[in-house]
Design a protein around this ligand. Sequence first.
Ligand SMILES: C[S@@+](CC[C@H](N)C(=O)[O-])C[C@H]1O[C@@H](n2cnc3c(N)ncnc32)[C@H](O)[C@@H]1O
Length: 454
Amino acid sequence: MAQLPLFLDSEKLRCLVIGGGDVAARKLATLIERGVTTRIVTVEANQQIAKLASEQGIAIELRSFALHDLADVNLVIAATNDRELNQQIAAACAARAILVNVVDDFELSTAIFPSIIDRSPVLVAVSTGGRSPTLARRIKTQLETHLSGGLGRVADFLFDKRREFGGIRSRRTWDAVLDSTIPDLLERGEVAAADEQFASIHGEQASTHGFVSLVGAGPGDPELLTLKAARCIDRADVLYYDNLVSQEVLARVRKDADLVYVGKKRKFAGIRQEEINQLLLASALEGKRVVRLKGGDPFMFGRGGEEIESLIRERIPFEVVPGITAALGCAAYAGIPLTHRDYAQSVRFVTGHLKSGEIHLDWPELAKPDQTLVVYMGLANLELFTRNLVEHGLTPQTPIAIVSRGTFPDQQVVKTTIDAVEGMSSLRTLVSPTTAIIGGVVGFSDRLEAKPKN
Ligand SMILES: C[S@@+](CC[C@H](N)C(=O)[O-])C[C@H]1O[C@@H](n2cnc3c(N)ncnc32)[C@H](O)[C@@H]1O
């Protein structure tokens, strides 16, 4: 069955439990806990269910199920150990459009009981679509560790404040409350201190402009996104992104946020940096929470510095959230340590991008041994790059690795030596983006089998 997650008003439910064994008792316990009005019909009742029912003043009707039992109910739990009878009950419920849960029979059921994490009034329900109760329990345990015991108090606090300050519409205020120590205070029962802190946050937020987060999205694998980056993405009103941000990362963006492409491909080929800066400014001045999402790290060959300059000029509050830069992602996923006591005592990140048709780099420095060079944006000019290194004295047999689409599932790594790069046909078929790593560490990496699992 395809599933529609739905929470029902337990006070409006009238439930019939058919069966008197352990499973029926467990369901009855859940129904009682949730305040559902329940009747029980069973030919036999075990001690557990009899005790539960008598504690709650529920009379057990000791007899066989009859169709008239369905007259005034809107939920049925079929928990008999007779599959044929369960099937009949399910069919009778279907004919009357009554929700039915047939215990341990997902196919016959029209409603199932999910695994629940209860932080009332907050409830988190987990279903594996009937595939595996063990997996559902495992997910529940994992979630439990992330959800503080005081979550219900936090929900009540937010609810009261929303009623009290009906005018606060901005999600920013509520985010600021949740990011403050208010949840901890509430967990400890320090309601007055929480109120005081709320008042100061409310005052501050009312007078602020928008906020810009310059966020590094990492090289591609969405699991390389930092927790902070994920939180920024989750909270943004508007996100500006470009080519290097992977689809998997973009898939995390909330459906109601504006996602704006400002890369240099397609119709944006001519978009200038200044225009991007203006877009960021304009959104921030509208009071929005803006995220500028950039591949890798925003300050690594990413023009992040230019983007914050205009924010500083206009006094727009901002933050920079670092990301895993391509050099680190590519090296790790290709099994290349960027430094190693025997091969490289330093590492240089350089760009192979041409400026006015030339690469302006300090070649004698780059050609020195015992270091690792990482070349960004260099595939088109790699022949020129390696030729220059050899001309300035770097050993022609120095190993080089060219990593294409590093950290993506289709990552490719081509290894050779710098003197063999010229005319190498396999480089022409590599898909961008690519990063080259040059130095003895590349040779060392041949000995490493290990590669982080995707
Ligand atoms: C404009 S720079 C941006 C660098 C980015 N800010 C960073 O920190 O990784 C673009 C270059 O980064 C490198 N790059 C980015 N993502 C990559 C990836 N997944 N695999 C290989 N190289 C990548 C390529 O050299 C590409 O030409």
